[in-house]
Design a protein around this ligand. Structure first.
Ligand SMILES: NC(=O)c1ccc[n+]([C@@H]2O[C@H](COP(=O)([O-])OP(=O)(O)OC[C@H]3O[C@@H](n4cnc5c(N)ncnc54)[C@H](OP(=O)(O)O)[C@@H]3O)[C@@H](O)[C@H]2O)c1
Length: 263
């Protein structure tokens, strides 16, 4: 199975590593993010290293209709041959709920990108792939999806949405030839935390931060094997499923301790 893959948030971090996985496996790519120069640089490197076609498509997925416009651009670039969607673009905002500057604009952006754009792209891709009788979707959630996340409440809730949506779709799509996989990384060594304004949290002092390449490899392989959930690493599996053994109120309070800035 090879053809064209659309990967969002592919200019850096986990998305860039996913794009490298896809290109190494011979997939032509449409890669997306806002930063044009970074996207062009990633595209040039993948073309040179792997000899695949790579089309950069710069969109701000927080903007209304950007997901629809990106999908249309991806279909045009691929000649209607998108066989893989990787819904990876995402962001977070660290701080007490209701205190984000500009009247909650940061949290609105988290919802727009992590939930609205991801859902729209999944809808468009699933419709297209159903008609073709084949396709793979990889949605990037987080181990944060498994428990309430104080200090990043909207981010945690957005990832719980992605996990729930993906697990439901995997059942809805059984027998269609289209699979949906949800990748749930734990804390990973990218620029995500700087951009989210977390500072150094207790979590980062306690847990090792793996590189994005291993996370991407686990996600790409899991998607190709049509697995429903991929949680890379034993510690992350423990932190995803451990809270199930606790009363939810206690799990939330503990998560709050780990997510607090360390002094
Ligand atoms: N790093 C972690 O610890 C971790 C853990 C669990 C889950 N995740 C999830 O993994 C995914 C990738 O995270 P990462 O760590 O690789 O983060 P990252 O290094 O900050 O990369 C995020 C990517 O998303 C793009 N993006 C952000 N806002 C966008 C917007 N409004 N429109 C279009 N593209 C946008 C960024 O490019 P531009 O800024 O140029 O737009 C970038 O390519 C996210 O969904 C994140 O929630 C990360």
């Amino acid at each position: 199975m090879e053809g064209w893959a659309l990967i969002t948030g592919a200019s850096q971090g986990i998305g860039q590593a996913l794009a490298a996985e896809a290109a190494a496996a011979g997939w032509n790519l449409v890669i997306s993010a806002r930063g044009v120069a970074q996207l062009e640089a990633v595209a040039a490197e993948l073309r040179a290293r792997h000899g695949v076609q790579v089309t950069p498509a710069a969109f701000d997925l927080a903007e209304p209709s950007a997901a629809e416009a990106l999908w249309a651009a991806a279909l045009t670039a691929s000649g209607g041959q998108i066989g893989v969607l990787v819904n990876n673009a995402g962001l977070g905002w660290h701080g007490a709920f209701g205190t984000s500057p500009e009247g909650g604009a940061q949290e609105a952006e988290v919802i727009a990108v992590n939930i609205r754009a991801l859902t729209t792209l999944a809808q468009l891709a699933v419709a297209h792939m159903r008609a073709a009788g084949a396709g793979r979707v990889l949605n990037v959630a987080s181990t944060a999806a498994f428990m309430p996340i104080p200090h990043m409440a909207v981010y945690g809730a957005s990832k719980a949405f992605v996990l729930s949506l993906s697990e439901a779709l995997a059942v809805d799509l059984a027998g269609s030839g289209v699979s949906v996989t949800v990748l749930c990384p734990g804390a990973t060594d990218t620029g995500f935390f700087d951009r989210a304004g977390t500072g150094t949290m207790r979590l980062m002092k306690l847990l090792p931060m793996p590189k994005p390449e291993g996370v991407a490899q686990a996600g790409w392989r899991g998607m190709m094997a049509a697995r429903r959930i991929v949680i890379p690493g034993a510690m992350n599996t423990l932190s995803a499923f451990g809270p199930r053994l606790l009363p939810r109120a206690l799990a939330a309070r503990l998560a709050g301790v780990f997510m607090a800035r360390s002094r």
